[in-house]
Design a protein around this ligand. Structure first.
Ligand SMILES: Cc1ncc(C[n+]2csc(CCOP(=O)(O)OP(=O)(O)O)c2C)c(N)n1
Length: 451
């Protein structure tokens, strides 16, 4: 109402002045109405508040008219700040932001981060020895995994990209589970049919990774919509990388989540690279966080190497998601210390000095410093725990490696409720072929007995 009244009075005033000074004023539009420019000019000469006259376009309900022809230049917009709780030395900067986690919880977080890093080292080397076909390490991103996972409800449905093994670890996915998947053995939840590191577990509410980038993102929005409709009080967390954010699916996911009010946390691990593409070539805007408000999403940027800061923002984001049914975007700034994968040699596109800089400021180092200040940990415990972690990973490694592969007959199952005739025929042909050519398949004893 106020807008309409303001518009009418402005128009009437303009007409009045026009009638008095017809020769001095700019001409009236062909439709007999003053142009927007003329009305604005008149309004300013009369000292009227332009807010009185609000644009009436359905495409934006918040905009106001302006007489300034200002282009929004991203390079002149200040960078979105990075929320942190600890400094690089592991000291809490403002006690009111201390998450007040118990000693046991922080030690559990720290141990899981060290365990993850230990497992990464062993599986990376195993690939180099030809014992598994592929691996991706998580070095440098342990704080984003454990800090976020600890703040979620383990029943919150998780979707990931491939570099979130710490979230699995926090949720209770065991070292045996990791090994079974990486060795594609008969205990692997995916029956040996997924690429190593494509983890997934119904029991741990983590959807199996899918190699095409960003495909998990629209799935996450859909799952969040379903959770909302079911009134579960749970939310979805969706991890993705700075490179994946350039995929069209990321846009679809953000927009669906925002317009359908889906309780999903989009958690971007901005680690500076998409394989060899640095973020300086990936985008021109201020990271991924700057896109959040464009979609109408609550957004925050956090120091991903500060495990407590990640914990705080994820906890707050979760609260917003489940109480307000809205998506939240978190951009966690971190660094990929390892190569992209075992198929990559990052020395081809970045310097050792750069990597060493981040290695010295890793989330593990920072949390360790915090623990040392607190008197909750000492270097003897550090040495002992690292030894135990290595031993536990090696035990699981040997057990996983020793197991047989799933039966060949499992290769084509589980896609259709009832196997399609052409797939049944292919399976039978394959088994017959292997049976009649045993000498060509000396590895058949690697497989468990056919069902
Ligand atoms: C649709 C699609 N395009 C390209 C690839 C190849 N690819 C695999 S990982 C990757 C980089 C992704 O980088 P980012 O999202 O930043 O995640 P990060 O590896 O840094 O964790 C690319 C381009 C793919 N898997 N899927």
């Amino acid at each position: 109402m106020a807008v309409a009244r303001g518009s009418v009075s402005l128009l009437q005033g303009f007409r009045h002045v026009c009638n008095k000074n017809r020769s001095k004023l700019p001409s009236i539009n062909c439709n007999g109405l003053p142009s927007r420019y003329q009305r604005c000019q008149y309004a300013s000469t009369q000292g009227l508040d332009l807010d009185e006259e609000r644009p009436q376009f359905p495409g934006s309900t918040k905009a106001q008219f302006t007489l300034s022809m200002d282009f929004h230049l991203p390079e002149e917009t200040p960078g979105i700040p990075v929320y942190r709780v600890m400094d690089g030395e592991g000291r809490i900067l403002d006690p009111s932001h201390d998450p007040q986690l118990s000693k046991d919880t922080v030690l559990e977080m720290y141990r899981k981060m060290v365990m993850l890093s230990t497992m990464d080292g062993i599986l990376y080397n195993a690939q180099r020895q030809g014992r598994i076909s592929f691996y991706m390490t998580n070095y440098g991103e342990e704080g984003t995994h454990i800090g976020s996972a600890a703040a979620l409800d383990p029943r919150d449905m998780a979707f990931g990209q491939y570099r979130e093994a710490g979230v699995f670890l926090w949720r209770g996915y065991t070292l045996d589970d990791f090994m079974n998947q990486c060795f594609s053995n008969d205990l692997d939840y995916n029956k040996g049919r997924a690429f190593p590191v494509n983890f997934g577990s119904k029991e741990h509410n983590f959807a199996t990774y899918s190699s095409p980038l960003a495909t998990q993102m629209p799935h996450a929005s859909g799952a969040a919509y379903a959770l909302k409709r079911a009134g579960t009080g749970l939310c979805v967390v969706c991890y993705f990388g700075d490179g994946a954010a350039s995929e069209g699916d990321a846009h679809a996911a953000f927009n669906f989540a925002a317009t359908l009010d889906c309780p999903v946390i989009f958690f971007c691990r901005n680690n500076g690279y998409a394989i060899s593409t640095p973020t300086s070539e990936q985008y021109r805007g201020d990271g991924i966080a700057s896109r959040g408000s464009g979609y109408g999403m609550a957004t925050i940027r956090v120091d991903g190497n500060d495990t407590f800061a990640v914990y705080n923002v994820t906890k707050a984001a979760r609260q917003m998601c489940v109480t307000e049914n809205r998506p939240v975007l978190i951009e966690a700034m971190t660094y990929r210390i390892g190569d992209h994968s075992t198929s990559d040699d990052s020395s081809a596109y970045r310097t050792r000095d750069e990597v060493d800089h981040y290695r010295g400021n890793s989330p593990i180092t920072r949390l360790q410093r915090y623990l040392l200040h607190q008197g909750w940990w000492d270097m003897q415990q550090e040495t002992d725990y690292r030894g135990q972690a290595k031993q536990q990973v090696m035990e699981a490694f040997r057990a996983g490696e020793a197991r047989k592969k799933p039966p060949l007959s499992d290769l084509l199952t589980d896609v259709y409720d009832t196997m399609e005739p052409h797939l049944a025929k292919q399976t039978q042909d394959m088994l017959n072929h292997v049976h009649h050519n045993k000498e060509q398949y000396p590895t058949t004893d690697m497989f468990t007995v056919e069902k």
